[in-house]
Design a protein around this ligand. Structure first.
Ligand code: GUN
Ligand code: FE
Length: 501
């Protein structure tokens, strides 16, 4: 059984699918509707004859394969702080809990003891591609990259740029912009050296932590460097918390938070912007124009009382969106928690409707007209009576559906980190980055949820629509699954973790 995301609104649920993986870990073929008795014949028909029975894995009842989860925003360095400090908000939380925790990684010995456990936990949560922030320290962040490389996870690893002596604490700040750039170039070179001649799994990423942590001089230097290295990814935080937005605009001036990054050339196709809770529609348009992506981190946004990002509106503006755990702003390293909280946030936004400033004087939201809610979805209706663009959004102020949530956790995340040609869904030529999920518990005996054949054999659910058991399995996994259900975590065709043995 295979789950394969297709678009924001659709995925395939294929109950008897054969995925062939070549010895480089790429997908060689995807064949639908293969009968058990025809396995060898089907393989032979596709020219696959050099197969030993040991290299054929037939899934058991209650198991399915899906693309690995993509965490577009997390701080490996904050895992030691998990679940602490959630009664505060961002700026207090950074100063009282986070910076002290991160400063411990000044000790390479500490980094060496902590990072292997941290990365193992994230891998076993089903994250096959991860965008990591390390600390500001070069040796510890090299160690993080080494550990991720050794684990076989696909990742981006960044060393934080933070040189502003006024905004950062005295014990956790870089010497100056020059030192920050020197160490940035050193971590990039180190990460590039890890893969040798192989296709790299671990990539470098520029990580100006957020505007406020950097001097103007450093943001200029990072922007200059980025301009010379078009393929180098960039990650930072944007518009997470009201006080942060206010202070950022006080320090840097300009039209908006997004404008501050744009000024330094930091908004582009391979920029990952975490949060975006308080983005204006003007900023959403700019982010779309620059082709940057947003990492939606709802667990963190609830935990630190930051607010609810308007994901539906971002999608209607055509902005690329993926999910992030934002550990330790988020208290759960699993993207499944992000899926659940993204769903909850969208439901709350859907009952809240447009905010006062989003409404025109007629009370319409220009992306979701209340008058013609029932009419053709997603179609423009020309001019609104107030002269504004009167357009139906497919997503604004609506609940995120299961296909959309699945997409955000996989293919959407892949687009945000510009890896959509390699991962995020199953396609011939893409890497086989996958999870083997079981909806049964470790003993294979009574299921964790109501999928025990014996017990539920006589249960006929009363639903208006006939249900697809595989789609039910996926939905249940997304909402009540955890790392016990993730039996194998596979990256580039290799098993790198999971609860199975
Ligand atoms: N903004 C700047 N640094 C951080 C961080 O570590 N976590 C979160 N959530 N927001 C930030
Ligand atoms: Fe963060």
């Amino acid at each position: 059984s295979v789950i394969n995301p297709k678009s924001l609104t659709d995925y395939d649920a294929l109950p008897r699918c054969l995925i062939g993986v070549d010895n480089t870990g790429n997908i060689a073929c995807i064949i639908e509707d293969v009968a058990d008795s025809m396995l060898q014949e089907t393989l032979a028909q596709h020219g696959i004859t050099d197969i030993t029975s040991a290299s054929v894995v037939v899934l058991k009842e209650g198991e399915f394969i899906m693309p690995g989860l993509i965490d577009t925003h997390t701080h490996a360095v904050q895992v030691p702080n998990l679940g602490i400090g959630g009664e505060t908000e961002l700026l207090t939380w950074l100063n009282e809990y986070t910076f002290p925790t991160e400063s411990r990684f000044e000790s390479l010995d500490y980094a060496k003891s902590a990072y292997p456990d941290i990365v193992r936990r994230i891998v076993n949560s089903g994250t096959t591609t991860c965008c990591y922030y390390g600390s500001l320290h070069l040796p510890a962040t090299k160690e993080l990259a080494n550990v991720v490389h050794k684990a076989g996870q696909r990742a981006f690893v960044g060393k934080c740029n933070m040189d502003d002596r006024k905004k950062n604490p005295f014990y956790y700040v870089e010497e100056d912009a020059k030192t920050s750039m020197r160490d940035t170039i050193a971590i990039i070179d180190h990460i590039k050296s890890l893969s040798g001649s192989d296709e790299p799994l671990v990539h470098p990423i520029l990580t100006p932590r957020f505007a406020m942590s950097c001097t103007v001089g450093l943001l200029e230097d990072v922007g200059e460097y980025a301009k010379k290295h078009h393929h180098l990814a960039i990650q930072t935080h944007i518009s997470e918390n009201r006080d942060e937005v206010k202070q950022t605009l006080e320090i840097f001036g300009g039209k908006s938070y997004a404008d501050v990054y744009d000024r330094f050339g930091l908004l582009r196709h391979n920029t990952v912007l975490a949060h975006g809770v308080h983005l204006t529609e003007h900023e959403m348009k700019l982010i779309h124009k620059r082709k940057a992506g947003v990492s939606h981190c709802p667990t963190s946004n609830f935990y630190l009382s930051s607010g609810m990002a308007r994901v539906g509106m971002l999608l209607d503006y055509g902005v690329k969106v993926g999910l992030g755990t934002d550990v330790g702003g988020g208290y759960n390293p699993s993207i499944l928690a992000a899926v659940q909280h993204a769903s909850t946030a969208s439901k709350m936004l859907s009952i809240q409707g447009p905010t006062e400033e989003e409404k025109c004087k007629h009370g319409h939201h220009h992306h979701h007209c209340h008058h013609c809610r029932e009419e053709a979805q997603g179609q423009g209706h020309g001019e609104c009576e107030c002269g504004g663009p009167h357009k139906h959004g497919d997503f604004t102020n609506k609940k995120l559906t299961i296909p959309t949530l699945l997409y955000l956790a996989t293919l959407g995340g892949a687009h945000v980190c510009c890896l959509q040609d390699r991962v995020g869904s199953f396609e011939k030529g893409k890497a086989f980055d996958a999870l083997l999920v079981s909806v049964r518990d470790e003993t294979g005996n009574p299921a964790i949820w109501g999928v025990n054949g014996e017990r539920d054999a006589h249960f006929v659910p009363v639903h208006e629509k006939p249900r697809d058991p595989l789609r039910d399995h996926l939905e249940r996994f997304l909402f009540c699954g955890d790392d016990r259900n993730i039996r194998r975590v596979i990256v580039q065709g290799k098993v790198i973790g999971g609860s199975g043995n």
